[in-house]
Design a binder for this molecule. Structure first.
Ligand SMILES: Cc1ncc(COP(=O)(O)O)c(C=O)c1O
Length: 406
């Protein structure tokens, strides 16, 4: 059975959203109706190569057969129990996710922001119960230009004024230091510090990759000062950078890992806090939860995602195709690209502002059948599904070259 597709035109559907949908996004004017693998199709049947992959939520492409099969099979049997009862899918999901990440315990949640919130709560509880920080004095050190989500607590430590303005009062207890600056971190961490919370690569900031040794330094510093290292790998994790986790590029194991996006296979929202037992073990019944967290459908899809990653095939594929991406972008430097940062199948590309804003270039690419998203002024972000072929990737880079030549 095929789901019905709207009979209204793209223009009509975009117009119809205006009065009835909150204006908290500014999407490109494309209305997607179908998708398969790396390709999406709009209402009029125009095809586009998806070079964004739902901000990495679609690492395995649209409708990956193994994931769709796992979801269908689970839909036919059991979808939701709430955590009032056990369900027969959750244990395996947690076992395999812990095994994949080299950590001990899993706290299943739904969205990325929820995983971040949960990580913050766990770190605070750990600080009071294990580290001995006086009540309500715990601090968490974060990096400038971070992106960890949109809740009131998370925007409290954002440095993006658009994300913050009008949403105060803000949650106290956070200290912001420049990213990629170990001396600043050293100065900010003290006896009240529960955790250092960082993205190993800052995605929304424009795929900002810290210097080699930074993550190792953060690991050493947090261990020496007796606080937790929380790595937010919601966007960088699960194969995107050519490894299961971006911290693996430096052989670093954080105390707490935050996962989301691709964990739901592009089907359902699935996120998780994964941590050592002595950290996540601080939570007791009633102290935290979510009705949908760890539901059987999410656990079934999440397990199928972990299964795809267990072979290492997506990670090595991303590393190999990462060289194609890097080579292609290197060839565009000076030809409309002023610089780029890339790791695996993930790149932030700074477009010459003379050519246009990131949004203008994204629109031009859209008209040529390639979907990307701008971030911060003249930067565009490339994060195709890890299932993309070398030919598709080269063709997308060819389209970018053509658009920049205009
Ligand atoms: C690093 C990081 N953390 C957290 C989030 C928030 O995830 P969600 O939008 O699912 O709440 C994002 C989303 O882009 C992210 O990139």
């Amino acid at each position: 059975m095929t789901a019905p597709v709207s009979t209204r035109s793209s223009a009509d559907l975009i117009r119809a959203e205006e009065p009835v949908l909150a204006h908290n996004y500014h999407p490109l004017p494309v209305v997607v109706a179908r998708a398969e693998g790396t390709w999406v199709e709009d209402v009029e049947g125009r095809r586009y190569l998806d070079m964004l992959a739902g901000y990495s939520a679609l690492n395995f492409g649209h409708r990956h057969p193994a994931l769709i099969e796992a979801a269908h099979a689970q839909l036919d049997r059991l979808t939701l129990t709430s955590r009032a009862f056990h369900n027969d899918r959750l244990a395996e999901f947690a076992e395999r996710l812990a095994e994949l990440t080299g950590l001990d315990m899993v706290l299943p949640m739904n969205t990325g922001a929820e995983a971040v919130e949960s990580g913050i709560k766990v770190a605070r509880k750990w600080a009071y119960e294990v580290k001995g920080v006086p009540a309500d004095r715990a601090t968490i050190v974060v990096a400038a230009e971070n992106f960890h989500g949109r809740t009131t607590t998370i925007v409290s430590f954002s440095t993006d004024e658009t994300a913050r303005a009008g949403f105060g009062p803000f949650t106290p207890g956070f200290r912001i230091v420049p990213y990629n600056d170990l001396a600043a971190l050293e100065a900010a961490v003290d006896e009240t510090t529960a955790a250092v919370l960082l993205e190993p690569i800052q995605g929304e900031a424009g795929v900002v990759i810290p210097d080699d040794g930074y993550l190792t330094g953060v690991r050493e510093l947090t261990r020496r000062k007796g606080c937790l290292f929380i790595a937010d790998e919601i966007q960088s994790g699960l194969g995107r950078t050519g490894r299961t986790l971006a911290v693996e590029h430096e052989g670093v194991v954080p105390d707490v890992l935050l996962l989301g996006k691709a964990l739901g296979g592009g089907i359902v929202p699935v996120s998780a806090v994964v941590a050592r037992r002595d950290v996540l073990g601080v939570l007791r019944p009633g102290e935290h939860g979510s009705t949908f967290g760890g539901n059987p459908l999410a656990a079934a899809v999440g397990t199928a995602v972990v299964e795809l990653l267990e072979t290492g095939e997506f990670q090595s594929g991303a590393a190999e195709l990462g060289s194609v991406l890097r080579d292609g972008l290197t060839g565009l430097v000076g030809k409309g690209v002023v610089g780029f940062r890339a790791r695996g199948l993930w790149a932030g590309v700074d477009i010459d502002p003379e050519i246009g804003t990131g949004r203008e270039v994204s629109k031009l690419l859209m008209h040529e059948g390639v979907l990307v998203k701008d971030t911060h002024g003249s930067t565009i972000r490339l994060a195709p599904p890890l299932t993309i072929t070398a030919e598709e990737l080269e063709s997308a880079l060819g389209v970018l070259e053509k658009v920049l030549r205009r």
